[in-house]
Design a binder for this molecule. Structure first.
Ligand SMILES: CC(C)(COP(=O)(O)OP(=O)(O)OC[C@H]1O[C@@H](n2cnc3c(N)ncnc32)[C@H](O)[C@@H]1OP(=O)(O)O)[C@@H](O)C(=O)NCCC(=O)NCCS
Length: 152
């Protein structure tokens, strides 16, 4: 069972390690620390009973009542067990509490597992962003209304 909680500054190093082992782009502790500073309540982690990090969402607040899921990963050994869904649910509830109406994110078109995860939770592609990533790769921007996102 995973414990879901708001992250603190003490989690930055472990979140950074998890994100860099899960995503194909490097994020420095400074970047992760920026998310934590920008929106402390928008950083969610999942851990086991021993405090080992299992997953994390780093969110950022955008304008016009929107929030971005900027970084999102679950430890490879623990995927498919509902931890990503629990993290997304906690993030969605945080958005609701803070008056955020729309969640959005960017995902690589070839990341079919993540895309199907997001689609299963009510996200749809709203934009194709060419040359979005540092390596020149494209992205799909996906979004979902906080009120209609399926996390249960
Ligand atoms: C995308 C990601 C965060 C999803 O996390 P996850 O913990 O695997 O997500 P869940 O377990 O909640 O859901 C994944 C699947 O497992 C299934 N599942 C949920 N609970 C389950 C359970 N208790 N037992 C078995 N399967 C379960 C879900 O139905 C879901 O299936 P679907 O994808 O066909 O809808 C994870 O795959 C990941 O870290 N990917 C690599 C990093 C990445 O690509 N991040 C996104 C960048 S935009």
């Amino acid at each position: 069972m995973a414990i879901i909680r708001q992250a603190t500054e003490r989690d930055v190093e472990a979140v950074c390690a998890l994100i860099n082992s899960s995503l194909d782009q490097y994020f420095s502790p400074l970047v992760v620390g920026f998310f934590f500073a920008q929106w402390p309540t928008g950083q969610i982690v999942a851990e086991d009973v021993f405090g080992n990090l299992l997953g994390a969402i780093c969110g950022s607040k955008l304008d016009s009542g929107r929030a971005s899921i900027s970084l999102f990963a679950v430890d490879e050994a623990f995927r498919g067990k509902g931890i990503g869904t629990s993290l997304l649910d906690s993030f969605r509830r945080r958005c609701m509490m803070e008056g955020v109406g729309v969640m959005q994110l960017e995902v690589r078109p070839m990341n079919l597992r993540a895309r199907s995860f997001y689609e299963a939770h009510g996200f749809t592609v709203i934009e194709h962003l060419e040359n979005f990533y540092a390596d020149g790769g494209d992205a799909y921007r996906m979004s979902a209304f906080v009120s209609s996102c399926r996390t249960g």
